[in-house]
Design a protein around this ligand. Structure first.
Ligand SMILES: NC(=O)C1=CN([C@@H]2O[C@H](COP(=O)(O)OP(=O)(O)OC[C@H]3O[C@@H](n4cnc5c(N)ncnc54)[C@H](O)[C@@H]3O)[C@@H](O)[C@H]2O)[C@@H](O)CC1
Ligand SMILES: Nc1ncnc2c1ncn2[C@@H]1O[C@H](COP(=O)(O)OP(=O)(O)O)[C@@H](O)[C@H]1O
Ligand SMILES: [K+]
Length: 488
């Protein structure tokens, strides 16, 4: 018996898991009993002031969970009213319906009353189309009346695969789900629509909670073994040398943030490659970070003969898109890992194929686009509404032979071989100017220390979020960078 806290299971895979459980001799009805009991427990513990449990039941097993919860709440003295549709004969849901006393009213009859708490057991993993007008009307009434909603498995109307509603959708205060989270519990806006998600053990055996195409919640197990280890035999060059490219006079701050993040991530040395006109200005701001004046391709080519350089970050505040493209071509020839952020991503807007030709050897390219930058590079993927953010990141990763860090409140990290993680633990105040520059430098610093790209990206995104949590609300990117590398 178990839950899997790190695996994300699509609704289709969860249906297969449910079937495998029953095929292997488990009692599906017992699982449903346990699911319904968890829902009832959340209802009484979270809403002790509840006057009426309004249990809305759909025609499938999600509705079955609702009938179980209704029966148990009734037994514990809660006033229960049930609405919805009777399940078809024969299955577990029909059995749950049969043993639940009391009438089942048509859904449209519900009129909100003070003290109502809705238990939304209309659709869960089985949702495959927009909800009906009748249900949309009930959702609207719930919203207008401010009636709190506890969703069973998923708020009805939300796709568990994409995290995007298929039409009208409940906004839940709590969501009670079973065995493993679905992508829709973490991807936006799904995560917000779920409210607080409770992952409950209903007795599904651990061996069955698996997937042949796994997507993970970002967690240390994905990168812990690849983290750089401190050793007394090290010298600064063996800890890695990160190079960050600075923009012109007016926009040098972004590169400084990246450089500082790289240094604080543990890289032995960080050099800012600066246009000659900006060297003096940068020098007034830098102490531990070194500088090298780089005017053009010739300067860069000459410097790249230094084999002690380990990784590059280019893009934050870089400005000149043409120059970015020609520098990136030169960086590609070094065989070193490269992080492209901001202007270096925009430089390949609608010509991403030029990028894929440059880095088609081993995996050593990391891109860190936010929503807008992703769209600039991959307009077709961004516009395809059948795809989830996970699908988009994975397809982009394959196209470019790169690790894609598709940023946001639900950052998705994808590798070309299909490895994929969703980071949902970063605080919202990371949405501040310069925070992305810090992330780029942090990943670049981990790459300089020899971490493989997917692991470096997962670790960088996690450490970025942890640093943000330590820095606290209203932090600036300067505060954020100073939290990197501190103990958790
Ligand atoms: N089978 C099991 O072992 C367990 C299943 N559980 C519950 O079972 C749920 C999945 O059950 P089901 O596969 O029966 O699926 P649902 O109960 O989510 O949906 C039932 C059916 O509704 C129809 N439908 C989908 N979208 C619709 C729409 N917009 N309008 C009208 N009809 C629509 C579909 O044909 C679908 O098969 C989970 O979400 C979970 O709550 C839990 O009881 C735990 C154990
Ligand atoms: N609501 C949010 N919750 C958590 N993290 C967020 C949220 N919004 C943005 N972020 C994170 O903040 C960073 C912002 O990066 P970016 O958009 O490139 O900003 P900038 O260019 O100003 O540095 C990214 O790491 C992103 O994942
Ligand atoms: K539901």
């Amino acid at each position: 018996m178990a839950i899997n806290e790190t695996l994300l299971v699509t609704p289709a895979a969860m249906t297969r898991i449910d079937r495998a459980a029953v095929d292997s001799g488990l009692d599906g009805f017992a699982l449903m009993q346990s699911a319904g009991a968890h829902v009832a427990a959340v209802a009484v513990s979270q809403f002790p002031e509840m006057r009426r449990a309004v249990v809305m039941c759909g025609p499938g097993n999600n509705g079955g969970d609702g009938h179980v919860a209704a029966r148990l709440l009734g037994q514990s003295g809660v006033h229960v009213v049930r609405y919805g549709r009777q399940p078809g004969p024969g299955g577990d849901a029909a059995r749950a319906f049969d043993i639940c006393p009391g009438p089942l009213h048509p859904l449209a009859d519900w009129q909100p009353q003070a003290g109502d708490v809705i238990i939304d057991a209309l659709f869960g993993a089985g949702l495959d189309r927009p909800v009906s007008q009748e249900i949309a009307g009930v959702i609207e009434r719930a919203e207008e009346s401010g009636t709190p909603v506890i969703a069973v498995d998923l708020p009805s109307g939300l796709s568990g695969r994409t995290g995007v509603p298929t039409g009208a959708c409940f906004t839940a205060r709590h969501t009670v789900t079973f065995a493993a989270l679905k992508p829709g519990h973490l991807l936006m806006p799904g995560r917000a629509l779920c409210g607080q998600t409770h992952l409950c053990d209903i007795g599904m055996p651990a061996r069955l909670i698996c997937s042949d195409d796994p997507v993970w919640r970002n967690h240390p197990g994905l990168y812990r073994e690849a983290l750089p280890a401190a050793s007394s035999a090290q010298h600064k060059y063996s800890r890695g040398h990160l190079v960050v490219f600075s923009g012109p006079l007016i926009s040098g701050g972004a590169a400084r943030l990246s450089a500082m993040a790289g240094l604080r991530s543990g890289a032995g040395l960080v050099t800012l490659a600066t246009p000659p006109i900006a060297v003096l200005l940068q020098a007034t701001h830098l102490t531990a970070i070194m500088q090298r004046a780089i005017k053009d391709d010739a300067d860069l080519t000459d410097w790249l003969n230094d084999k002690r350089i380990s990784s590059f970050v280019i893009g934050p505040g870089f400005g000149d898109l043409g120059k970015a493209r020609s520098f990136i071509r030169l960086l590609a020839d070094t065989g070193c890992p490269v992080v492209l952020d901001a202007d270096a991503i925009t430089a390949f807007a609608s010509c991403s194929e030029k990028l894929s030709n440059l880095f088609n050897d081993k995996l050593r390219l990391v891109l860190t686009p936010h929503e807008g930058e992703f769209r600039r590079l991959f307009p077709d993927l961004a516009d395809d509404e059948t795809l989830s953010k996970i699908d988009r990141a994975r397809m982009a990763a394959k196209q470019l032979n790169a690790v894609i860090v598709y940023k946001g409140a639900d950052t998705v990290i994808a590798a070309p071989d299909g490895r994929c993680a969703v980071n949902a633990d970063a605080p919202p105040w990371l949405a501040t100017a310069g925070s992305g520059d810090v992330l780029g430098g942090l990943i670049g610093g981990l790459l300089a220390q020899g971490m493989p790209p997917f692991e470096a990206a997962c670790a960088g995104v996690a450490q970025h979020g942890e640093a943000g949590t330590r820095a606290g609300a209203n932090m600036t990117a300067e505060d954020l960078v100073m939290e990197i590398g501190k103990p958790a």
